[in-house]
Ligand binder design. Structure first.
Ligand SMILES: [Zn+2]
Ligand SMILES: [Zn+2]
Length: 327
């Protein structure tokens, strides 16, 4: 099978011909039809996230069709369309797993990071971490649901029940969560890099009531904000925009340092928290939601062999919505 492989962080991905892996007990072999390109892939490729198994096939927004079912797998059949997310394995034994918080599992392994992912023609997945996808989404359209959507959804849940929600960084995750928030009759305020009027227009087109620069004050104080951009300076910025008891959720796996800020910004029971990974419950809930509420994902398709170009375009802020590789 053809795959795009990271052998050395910072050196880009290289095309490789690999043996198609078999489905071992508990696993599914999946013929990949589409794989989303996530900002985390950029952090892995650049070596900002250390700990990757090398060489690694990146990609954790896999959409494909089951080609082989390993022994002991229940609930899946050859031909099923499934999605595979970032969390690809949990130990089922540690304290967090026992509490059904496998997103914090001490033995967790992640797709496209410690487990070969979807930048390839085939991928194997632990059947506990494969999910059937709602009908009504094309393969490329469904791919961003698997991380931008899922981890976006977990971040959104952690934001509580805000009437007015701010989204900092209007990329793949925000464009999905904005639609969910509008559906839930919340007012969405979109914050982008200063001068990125294209992203601001994009946000308004998806139902945001206001869009502006991340340095600008919104017209009304927010009840909550989610920071999708990997920029630590946005933490005090967002805190200054939420009212008492406001929640600021940091959704990314990697963020630059947070500058020091006066305690007054946190005072009055404002909360800053991070969100890590996802649980199977998040996946089941969000994919059911995506079945009921037709989310319009905007995707830019690239052939698999153009993975490096897709990563560069994402890093350069040239993608509206989500980049998706098509093997
Ligand atoms: Zn991701
Ligand atoms: Zn565990």
């Amino acid at each position: 099978m053809k795959a795009m492989v990271l052998t050395q962080p910072g050196a880009g991905l290289v095309p490789a011909d690999r043996e198609t892996p078999p489905a071992l007990p508990g696993e599914l072999l999946i013929k990949v039809r589409a794989c989303g390109v996530c900002r985390t892939d950029l952090h892995i490729a650049a070596g900002e996230l250390t700990g990757a198994k090398l060489p690694i096939v990146p990609g954790h927004e896999i959409v494909g069709v089951v080609e082989q079912v390993g022994d002991g797998v229940a609930g899946f059949a050859i031909g099923d369309r499934v999605g595979v997310p970032w969390l690809g394995y949990s130990c089922d034994e540690c304290r967090f797993c026992r509490e059904r918080r496998e997103n914090l599992c001490r033995g967790a392994r992640f797709t496209g990071y410690q487990l070969d992912g979807g930048y390839a023609e085939y991928a194997v997945a632990d059947s506990r971490y494969a999910f059937k996808l709602p009908a009504g989404y094309g393969d490329a359209e469904a791919a961003p649901l698997l991380c931008a959507g899922l981890i976006g959804y977990r971040s959104y849940r952690m934001a509580g029940d805000p009437g007015r929600i701010g989204l900092y960084g209007f990329g793949a995750a925000a464009h999905i969560i904005a639609q969910v928030a509008v559906h839930d009759t919340r007012e969405v305020y979109a914050f982008t890099s200063p001068g990125d009027t294209a992203a601001q227009q994009f946000a308004l087109g998806l139902g945001a009531v206001w869009a502006g620069a991340s340095t600008e004050p919104p017209p009304r104080p927010l009840d909550a904000a989610i920071i999708f951009a990997p920029v630590g300076a946005l933490v005090p910025e967002a805190l200054s925009r939420v009212g008492p008891a406001g929640v600021v959720v940091c959704a990314g796996i990697h963020m630059s340092d947070i500058p020091s800020f006066p305690y007054a910004l946190l005072w009055e029971e404002r909360v800053v928290r991070s969100v890590a990974n996802l649980t199977r419950q998040d996946a089941t809930e969000f994919l059911a939601l995506a079945g009921r509420v037709r989310i319009k994902t905007h995707v830019v398709e690239y052939p698999l062999s153009d993975a490096n170009r897709a990563l560069q375009d994402l890093g350069g802020g040239r993608i509206q919505g989500a980049a998706v590789l098509i093997p």
